[in-house]
Design a protein around this ligand. Sequence first.
Ligand code: GCW
Length: 686
Amino acid sequence: MIRFFCLLIFCCLASGSYASEADSLWLRMPAPKTAAEVITRKMTPTIQVAVAELKHGWRGVPVVLKVDKSKVERGLGGDGYWIRTATDGKSITISSIGDAGLLYGVFQLLRMQQTGASMNRLDIKESPSYKIRILNHWDNLDRTIERGYAGRSLWNWDELPATLSPRYEAYARANASIGVNGTVLNNVNASPEVLSAAYLQKVQALANVFRPYALKVYLSINFSSPAELGGLSTSDPLDKNVRKWWIDKVNEIYKLIPDFGGFLVKANSEGLPGPQDFGRTHADGANMLAEALKPHKGIVMWRAFVYNPGDQDRAKQAYQEFMPLDGQFHDNVIVQVKNGPIDFQPREPFSPLFGAMKKTPVMPEFQITQEYLGFSNHLVYLAPMWKECLESDTYQKGKGSTVARVTDGSVYPHALTAMAGVANIGDEDNWCGHTFAQSNWYAFGRLAWNHELSSEQIADEWLKQTFPDAASSASFLSATEKMMMESREAAVNYMMPLGLHHIFAFGHHYGPEPWCEVPGARADWLPGYYHKADKVGVGFDRSKTGSNAVAQYQSPLCDLYDDVQTCPENLILWFHHVPWDFKMKNGRTLWEELCYTYDKGLQQTRSFQKTWDAFEGLVDSNRFKEVQRRLKIQTRDAMWWKDGCLLYFQQYSQMPIPHELERPVHDLDSLKRFKLHISNHENAPR
Ligand code: GCW
């Protein structure tokens, strides 16, 4: 008989230091009175973490952790697990073929305990929707973060590799708790220097901390690295010296980090170098890197975020450039596509590349950081936005070919599946700036693990774990969950009603600036390019008689979007230039509907303030005040959006704001003179 050894006494936390740090997230388990009994016959660094977590938080019957290669577990894959209660009810076994699966099973068990799920006769089998569940940090080596609103980068490059902040482990732990298993440490606008020997040592130090948490490290690379870092005369992907340079560099990385994940690449996009500089294609570039990584099982995530200033419709370009390359990529390349065809707007239709690229694996990229959603000032729970994309039917292989199913390996049987989220994490005490922004990090991980989870369930889990005391009050739980569930639509209402998009302030993208004109700036970076307001109406005509972007969607969507009468009204100005007096389904004119929608968004933010204020005393005062302060800013901003946009568009519509709606309190000229930005918010005209 195999003898299990019991680690009751000898296991302590992998590192006690993370506890206080992660306490500011969703891992607030009260310590059990007596440490739980955990039984395992294998001990690896990852299993050690799993044991430590149980001891830290589990208050139930003994738990057996078992690496098991039998049929059930094999079917669940390395990250999957099976949790079951013994017939006599006296223990729970978590089994998996991999150590990581055990760790994820442990976090699931703890989550169930924390959220008050039924623990009766457990029999839970889970395996993740996506193999790679990865955060993309847009962190620069000088510790600034592109589009980051929660302080500086967590990675203290100057101190690495000698000094390891306790936050590195806390970060890995938080990710493991929600199933995130990869992290790209640096900005896609990548500095070649990250591949220098000195930086690779630093990356190695982080990888060593993350490894027990099953979190793999990846890097963004600059396509010109062979020339810029290596001193070669070219970075042409078909040049044999360049190819050798990459092979050597990759070998150097794997010597330091044997489980290194691979590269993320932004190439020939927004001025960055790429294979097209040498007359080569995206596939040539990606395949060169893929060949270097292949012997080590590394992958390439090649981004499809490309557009040129000259083209008449930016929304069409990624599809135009990538569709002809379908099938030309090596099997360790995956094309990373933003959820929508433009750029992380509060609402976009899904990118037409989803489902259309059939022979190449494609992964969705979502933005967790709120570049176009009020930075860390606005409370916007993003799960509903991501679900909207994932549940969109592409019709590419018949009905039911949702974005989720064309990317998770079910419709097209690609072995490589992944989901990326642009991180909203910085070195601020509460990690994400806004306490509620933590829910977006959480939701990303949970959806990458299981894209079928509902937004409500994720919100409920997060609230119960983040506010364990307050959430024991049913009214707190239901009211804050309702606020979270409404918050994305509220932001759409006050920022981009009816599909009106990219009318954000130039550069920083915080406030409204539909009027923005910057002499010499690229047209496709300016609001006028997108809203096209004139005396007749407003909106971008992407119908067959316009840019014909609708043709990139499969039938019946192309026809549905093409006809202004059938186009979903929440995207009508995305696809059409609509007359101001166009009759909406509810009988209002387009102009009236715009007025009502902006106003609705503003009223929603006011209702969030009321909701939150009711819970003073229930939530600890630091977090209470922090959220209260930010909700106030959000309401003020929503008013800016409403007043600024309505007064601006009214110059074209020449129609009155319906009398029952609140009047604008600002005037257009003062709004235009002032650039609303997070940093000078306090000076904004009142
Ligand atoms: O949305 C735009 C951002 C850029 C970003 C780019 C990208 C990292 O404004 O800051 O660059 O997208 O996704 O590459």
